[in-house]
Write a protein that binds this ligand. Structure first.
Ligand SMILES: [Zn+2]
Ligand SMILES: [Zn+2]
Length: 134
C-alpha cells in the first residue's frame, strides 16, 4: 500500500502537536483517576459494577451504532445497548461474582483470584449451556 504525501506546514505542525499534547494529558488524567479510585462507591454501586479500567480509563464505549442485545454470560437475563459495545454480564451477576459487568474482569484487580464464578441459569437452559458454563 502506498500513501499519498501528506502536507507538513506550520498549520499541520501546530495542530498535530496540540493533538498529541491533549491526548497525553487525557491519558494522564484517566490514569490519575484510575489510581485514585475516588468514585469507588459509584463504580461498585447500585447502578453499575465496573472494574477500574472500564470506569476510569476505557470510558469511550466506541461501538457500531445499532441497538444491540445479548444474553448475560452467567444467567438468562437479556442485556440491551444502544451500540455494539455491549456488556457481558447483568448487574446482578457482576455484583454476585465481583466482576465487571462490561468486560468481565475482576473488580478488585485480582489476576489470580480463587473466588469461584457462580452462574444463575434456569434449569432448562442449564442443560444447553453445560459445555460453556464454567
Ligand atoms: Zn446475569
Ligand atoms: Zn471492565
Amino acid at each position: 500500500m502506498h500513501y499519498k504525501r501528506r502536507p507538513v506546514d506550520s498549520v499541520s505542525v501546530s495542530r498535530r502537536t496540540d493533538e498529541n499534547l491533549r491526548h497525553v494529558r487525557d491519558i494522564a488524567a484517566r490514569l490519575g483517576r484510575y489510581e485514585a479510585d475516588a468514585e469507588k462507591d459509584v463504580r461498585l454501586g447500585d447502578k453499575k459494577h465496573l472494574c477500574r479500567y472500564c470506569y476510569y480509563y476505557a470510558t469511550s464505549r466506541i461501538g457500531g451504532s445499532a441497538v444491540t442485545s445479548s444474553e448475560c454470560s452467567l444467567c438468562d437475563n437479556t442485556l440491551h445497548s444502544g451500540n455494539t459495545c455491549i456488556d457481558v454480564l447483568c448487574l446482578e451477576c457482576a455484583k454476585r461474582n465481583n466482576l465487571c459487568q462490561h468486560c468481565g474482569a475482576d473488580t478488585k484487580d485480582r489476576v489470580r483470584r480463587r473466588e469461584p464464578i457462580t452462574s444463575n441459569f434456569n434449569a432448562a437452559s442449564d442443560k444447553q449451556d453445560d459445555n460453556q458454563a464454567r
